[in-house]
Design a protein around this ligand. Structure first.
Ligand code: ATP
Length: 199
């Protein structure tokens, strides 16, 4: 799976419809200060499920809608679509191309779509869960994150490696299995007590 294309309109500094194609391999985005490089990476993170306006350098989520410039009026809707090549079926959908869209208007109303069909944001984050792509996964490494990794405690750093190695989901499953086991043991104890009372 790889990101093939981004289409966006009205997102931060990208007032007009902007389409960016990514070839396989490495793509570098270069440009002068303030030209929108970080806005582009934030557009990706937003569609992947970012829910914190602060992480998108805003106060509220609709701050991401193009707010106007000296030469242009503000726009009412921001929309970003990520198009993934899914020929290897990394995403569990039987489509060779999967598009994920997020839209918000100035009132704060927002919509999400998978392959242009309306869905909840949770459907997008669930779809991405085991794919290694997600707003918190290491497919997105923001400027501060590298520094943060160096400053982490050893156990926090270990969690990063476990996540990258795909161990995290098994750890989560183990924790939930242990919780269920402990609940079942409690129930068994109670059954034993009742049996004693009856005898
Ligand atoms: P640097 O190299 O300095 O990090 P950059 O290329 O990453 O810069 P960005 O931070 O992505 O640039 O873009 C900043 C520009 O986006 C600013 O000019 C800012 O005014 C504009 N911008 C941010 N939010 C909006 C918005 N909601 N509406 C219009 N323009 C916006």
């Amino acid at each position: 799976m790889h990101l093939e294309r981004i289409e966006m309109t009205g997102f931060k500094s990208f007032a007009d419809k902007t389409v960016i194609e990514f070839d396989k391999g490495v793509t570098a985005i270069v440009g002068p200060n303030g030209s929108g490089k970080s806005n582009l990476s934030e557009a990706v993170r937003w569609v992947l499920g970012e829910q914190s306006a602060k992480n998108l350098r805003g106060k509220k989520m609709n701050d991401i809608v193009f707010a106007g410039s000296q030469s242009r009026k503000p726009i009412n809707i921001a929309e970003v679509t990520l198009i993934f090549n899914n020929e290897d079926r990394t995403l569990p959908l039987d489509f060779s191309e999967v598009s994920l869209t997020r839209r918000i208007n100035r009132n704060g109303d927002s919509d999400c779509f998978i392959n242009r069909k309306p869905c909840r944001l949770k459907d997008i984050t669930d779809l991405l869960m085991d794919s290694g792509v997600g707003k918190d996964s290491f497919s997105m490494i923001s400027q501060g994150k590298v520094e943060q990794i160096f400053q982490n405690k050893p156990e926090e750093r270990r969690a990063i490696f476990e996540d990258a190695a795909g161990v995290a989901k098994y750890k989560n499953r183990k924790t939930s299995a242990e919780r269920k086991l402990s609940e079942t043991m409690d129930h068994l104890d109670r059954v034993q007590d009742i049996l004693h009372e009856i005898e």
